[in-house]
Design a protein around this ligand. Structure first.
Ligand code: IPE
Ligand code: MG
Length: 230
């Protein structure tokens, strides 16, 4: 979700107005994703690097997150959407964490749709945390170093019980990953759109999904192997 600041700047508004509008896009895209039958939606809401922004912007983003959780938890429950997080949420402000925990608890039994909020998330910190936990498990005799494989190690990532993303969309014309799900998106399809996040709507999501559907995913194999009949 990128481009909130530029959206505001184009209109001579403070950056926070862009973030405010960005929250409305979240609501729209959540609905659209459900309608399209997308079962897992992960939103990169706050990265480990975002703490480096001006303090008032960080504070405003945390405030908006709390506002979103207060306003949307009832809707998540009504729509049977399970809320999850990835990232070091222990470092978030207490009030935000409280609302997060409440919302996760209230939606934990839902299975059809999952909304994953990446909060204080960074792929590299995630790998460090996983390596640490894996090493501890090896030291405790719960894992054997010789048996190391991606399927065992990946259970120590914050996405252990989540599928890898099929499609990664980045808005606002930037064409980089910025430390987002680096390991998990090894075979993801990428769609980069110039649309700024506050302008991103149902039609944009549908267009990205249509683009995804046109791609051939080979996972290292040849095209003929995938469709032997041609
Ligand atoms: C993305 O919009 C929002 C968050 C990272 C929370 P930006 O704030 O990065 O918007 P630009 O890149 O300045 O336009
Ligand atoms: Mg940005």
């Amino acid at each position: 979700m990128d481009g909130n600041g530029r959206w505001a700047k184009q209109r001579g508004l403070p950056r926070i107005e862009g973030h405010r509008r960005g929250v409305e896009s979240v609501r729209t895209v959540l609905d659209a994703a459900r309608e399209l039958g997308i079962r897992y939606l992960t939103l990169y809401a706050f990265s480990v690097e975002n703490w480096k922004r001006p303090q008032d912007e960080v504070g405003a983003l945390m405030g908006l997150l709390e506002f979103f959780l207060k306003r949307e938890t009832a809707t998540l429950i009504r729509n049977k959407v399970r809320l999850r997080t990835i990232g070091r949420i222990g470092d978030l402000p207490d009030t935000v964490r409280l609302h997060l925990e409440r919302a996760m608890e209230a939606t934990s039994s839902f299975v059809d749709h999952t909304l994953v909020l990446a909060l204080n998330y960074g792929a590299r910190t995630e790998v460090i945390d996983a390596a640490r936990a894996y090493a501890a498990a090896v030291a405790a005799g719960k894992e054997k170093l010789n048996d190391s494989s991606w399927s065992t190690f990946s259970r120590y990532l914050s996405t252990a019980d989540l599928p890898d993303p099929d499609l990664v969309i980045r808005t606002s014309g930037e064409t980089r990953l910025s430390n987002f799900l680096l390991m998990q998106s090894a075979y993801a399809e990428f769609v980069f759109t110039p649309v700024l996040w506050p302008d991103f709507g149902k039609a944009d999501l549908a267009a990205a999904v249509a683009e995804y559907a046109r791609r051939e995913r080979r996972f290292g194999q040849t095209s003929d192997q995938l469709t032997p009949t041609g």
